[in-house]
Design a protein around this ligand. Structure first.
Ligand code: ADP
Length: 450
């Protein structure tokens, strides 16, 4: 049994975990930087420990400080949220050494999936369909050119350690290969300390479809359908929904089973997301995230489950509280990510929130750590809230989203709320007819290439 959870994160996701723990009767510890003394997660947790200066590398990413905070407060488990240390195998290993439970998968699984080449090899072996491409790493330009010729252009060169949309370059022809190959390598080296790259066929009209899986670490696993996250800017998701508007029940059952079986076979524990590009009825694996996703609430809405509660339960060694047959989709859910950024420029705009009013009513959930008078610090991610709506069908969900966006007030800072007002006026958004390239093309067309 877990008695006290330290939440190694901040912002809305820290609140998300604290709320689940409170409902389970588990005590909570917040950790925070000096810049976050007045943050909501510090107020909501039972205890709080300052772990260092403002910069993430000096606080939320400092493993010894976080372990010390757990030891001092007697926390017996740590939930990492997403980002920061959530996919850091070294951290998980260190917790094992200190007999602190990590609410998430094993260090080994994090390591395998954190390296995109080993992730792809593992998934291939487990029978998951992958994007055609190189067998593992591509050592030099000569090999890269050979692969480009074999698969046909365009191809995408990806850093094996990449993430957050970085370390990826497209080559449309052999002429573009030297630059793209060099850039992907140097970006991988600079951002992740690893210049190994691999090559995939670049799909020109895919949707981003990801499957939520959940394992108990004892060889049992289920899937919770898909999320469509095709509306992206710079490979970052801005609008997510479940179920996917273009996925049939048969497709869902088939790919869901493939994914659940795959993670069951490796005794995966906890929440995971297997990401695919989906084109012309085919799924192509791109990566697996071994953590809770930002967009998990849309899945919670349509299945009526609490994924954080479930993460805590399996970390305690308990069985899953649902079987595959229990998981029946009810309605449609949409999430929009609201950032403290200009629109249409997308430049970060931290600052003081002079007024905040969250929307409410039937089928509306607002996950945010904002409050009136809160000063958004400039040191972290610009996500300030997630608005999630749930309704009987997609059309009703879009109407509810529109209504809820009209109720939402965030004054004092610029936000991306106008982006969603504008998107809701687009016919393609209503018909659900778009690929991963739609949003950037639309921004180009409407706002002149921001
Ligand atoms: P990251 O780990 O940086 O998020 P991913 O491998 O998940 O990188 O890819 C992020 C996004 O990049 C995808 O959602 C898609 O938009 C684009 N992408 C990745 N691989 C391909 C590919 N083979 N063809 C076309 N687009 C791709």
């Amino acid at each position: 049994m877990i008695n006290k959870i330290l939440v190694a994160n901040r912002g809305e996701i820290a609140l998300r975990v604290i709320r689940a723990a409170q409902e389970m009767g588990i005590a909570t510890v917040a950790v925070h930087s000096t810049a976050d003394v007045d943050a909501m997660h510090v107020r909501m947790a039972d205890e709080a420990v300052c772990i260092g200066p403002a910069a993430g590398t000096d606080s939320y990413l400092r493993i010894p400080a976080i372990i010390a905070a757990a030891e001092i407060t007697g926390a017996d488990a740590i939930h990492p949220g997403y980002g920061f240390l959530s996919e850091n195998a070294e951290f998980v290993q260190a917790l094992e050494d200190h007999a602190i439970t990590f609410i998430g998968p094993t260090a080994e699984h994090i390591r395998i999936m954190g390296d995109k080449i080993s992730a792809k090899e593992t998934m291939k072996e487990l029978g998951v369909p992958c994007v055609p491409g190189s067998d593992g790493g591509v050592p030099d330009l000569e090999t890269a050119l050979k692969i480009g010729e074999d698969f046909g252009y365009p191809v995408i060169i990806k850093a094996t350690a990449g993430g957050g949309g970085r370390g990826m370059k497209v080559a449309n022809s052999a002429e573009e290969m030297p630059n793209a190959f060099g850039a992907a390598r140097s970006e991988g080296k600079a951002a992740f300390g690893n210049d190994e790259v691999y090559i995939e066929k670049y799909l020109t009209t895919p949707r981003h479809i990801e499957i939520q899986v959940f394992g108990d670490g004892k060889g049992n696993a289920v899937h919770l359908g898909e999320r469509d996250c095709s509306l992206q800017r710079r490979h970052q998701k801005v609008f997510e929904e479940a179920p996917g508007p273009c996925i049939s029940a048969e497709e869902r059952a088939a790919i869901g089973k493939t994914c659940a079986d795959a993670v069951a076979r490796i005794n995966y524990i906890g929440a995971g997301t297997i990401e695919f590009l989906y084109e012309k009825g085919e799924f192509f694996f791109i990566e697996m995230n071994t953590r809770l996703q930002v967009e998990h609430p849309v899945t919670e809405a349509i299945f009526g489950v609490d994924l954080v509660r479930e993460q805590i339960r399996v970390a305690e060694g308990r069985d899953l509280s649902f079987t595959q047959d229990d998981l029946v989709i009810n309605g449609h859910a949409i999430e929009v990510r609201i950032n403290a950024e200009t629109f249409p420029g997308f430049a970060p705009r931290p600052g003081k929130v002079t007024a905040y009013h969250a929307p409410g009513g039937l089928g509306v959930r607002m996950d945010s750590a904002l409050y009136d008078g809160y000063s958004i610090p400039p040191y972290y991610d610009s996500l300030i809230g997630k608005l999630i709506v749930h309704a009987p069908d997609r059309k009703a969900a879009l109407a509810r989203l529109n209504r809820a966006l009209n109720e939402l007030i965030v004054d004092g800072v610029e936000t991306t709320i106008p982006l969603f007002h504008a998107l809701l006026k687009e016919q393609d958004v209503h018909s659900g007819d778009y690929t991963i390239h739609w949003l950037e093309k639309w921004l180009d067309r409407e706002y002149g290439g921001v």
